[in-house]
Design a protein around this ligand. Structure first.
Ligand code: MTE
Length: 372
């Protein structure tokens, strides 16, 4: 080591972040969209004040005492439930990563409509809530049901330069019935042990572990069981990717998060002292699978070395990793890369697949640094 902290250190933080400050950047105001610097990563759990915020509409004003969630549609016994009753139901607490499917958009060359995330549209928190399946079972899903729509209390219009909506619409996404019934899909009312903060969905949001963040609907107000696929705005116009079947391209809603490793430090464009040993540090995740391996390249992908995985594997959460990099003596620009492989043998692609449009940015990203 070069005398730097052995801990995932503040010492090697990017310029502007020294002293432990990791102030989120406002990517968009009203609705506020916040991106903390990924280089501030320093532990398994992302603190609430450093968790990214992605909201399409203004945070809805909700009085928790008056809040009701209705379960309706293709069910035997539709009902409404309030917050106190929901909190009295058996709950579970689990770590789960949320990655916005637009995380990393600044690395795409195509013109996109969505928010220009750097590396910070991802975080890992501990969520407490009631399995969605328990509410669906209480309502009694009728034969013929195929999907469950989760609707938020936030609504508005998207106009140019973004896609246009047909007037005012609520944020809503659906899950296939089987996924909705899996016990780890929860309606969460706590984040890292505290009441869910307003920007993250107070009083109750869905958490769909292993899926990109768009599925984890905030400010829940309706759960609608349906007998035909839902083609809402946020799974057709946005958050949809091309899939090719029988030679035909079809738009499918974005779902499971793809395997991915990100380098937290050095930060993009950080100046790295030449001839030293730098402790490269980052996180990797793999959707519903487990991270099996992370590799690091200090020379733009010409050669790769294995990184050390830290801590224990936790399904649906990220895995921290580290690797020593012998920084070249020769000054100049260098391109660093990290690549993860999951326990099903799936690795990150080295090239961007254009069928993924501006979502699911999971190819190997080039992190440019300056050796001096
Ligand atoms: N739920 C509602 N109701 N409205 C939204 O705009 N954004 C989604 C999802 N749930 C959204 C939502 C998207 S795109 C992401 S990535 C995550 O919430 C972000 O969750 P966070 O803001 O708590 O980080």
């Amino acid at each position: 080591m070069d005398g730097r902290s052995a801990e995932p250190g503040r010492d090697d933080a990017a310029p502007g972040e020294r002293g432990g400050h990791a102030i989120p950047a406002m990517l968009q105001r009203a609705p506020d969209n916040l991106e903390p610097p990924f280089s501030a990563l320093d532990g398994f759990i992302t603190p609430v004040d450093r968790f990214f915020v992605r909201s399409h509409f203004e945070v809805p004003r909700i009085d928790p005492d008056a809040w009701r969630l209705s379960v309706e549609g293709t069910v035997e016994r539709p009902f409404e439930i309030g917050l106190d009753e929901l909190r009295r139901m058996p709950a579970r607490t689990q770590a789960a990563l949320l990655e916005c499917s637009g995380n990393g958009r600044i690395y795409l060359e195509t013109t996109q409509v969505g928010i220009r995330w750097g590396l910070g549209g991802v975080g890992n928190a501990e969520w407490t809530g009631v399995p969605l399946a328990d509410l669906l079972n209480r309502a009694g899903v009728r034969p013929g049901a195929v999907e469950v729509i989760l609707e938020g209390a936030d609504a508005g219009e998207h106009g140019p330069p973004q896609h246009e909506t047909p007037g005012r619409i609520a944020y809503a996404r659906s899950l296939p019935l089987a996924r909705a019934m899996s016990p780890e899909v929860i309606l969460a009312f706590r984040m890292n042990g505290e009441d869910l903060p307003a920007p993250h969905g107070r009083p109750v949001r869905a958490i769909v572990p292993g899926w990109y963040g768009m599925a984890s609907v905030k400010w829940l107000r309706r759960i609608v069981v349906v007998d035909r696929p839902f083609h809402g705005f946020f799974q057709t116009m946005e958050y949809a990717v091309w899939e090719r079947r029988d030679g035909l391209a079809t738009l499918e809603p974005v779902s499971e998060a793809q395997v991915k490793a990100q380098i937290a430090r050095p930060a993009p464009h950080e100046i790295v002292p030449r001839g030293t040993t730098y402790r490269v540090f980052g996180a990797a995740w793999a959707g519903e699978a487990l991270v099996e391996r992370v590799e690091f390249s200090g020379d733009g992908g010409a050669s790769w070395t294995s990184a050390r995985l830290l801590g224990e594997p936790v399904r649906y959460a990220w895995r921290l990793w580290e690797c020593e990099w012998d920084v070249p003596v020769q000054p100049g620009g260098r391109v660093l890369m990290a690549r993860a492989t999951d326990d099903a043998g799936r690795s990150q692609a080295s090239e961007r697949d254009p069928d993924l449009r501006d979502a699911a940015i999971s190819h190997v990203l080039p992190i440019e640094v300056e050796v001096r």
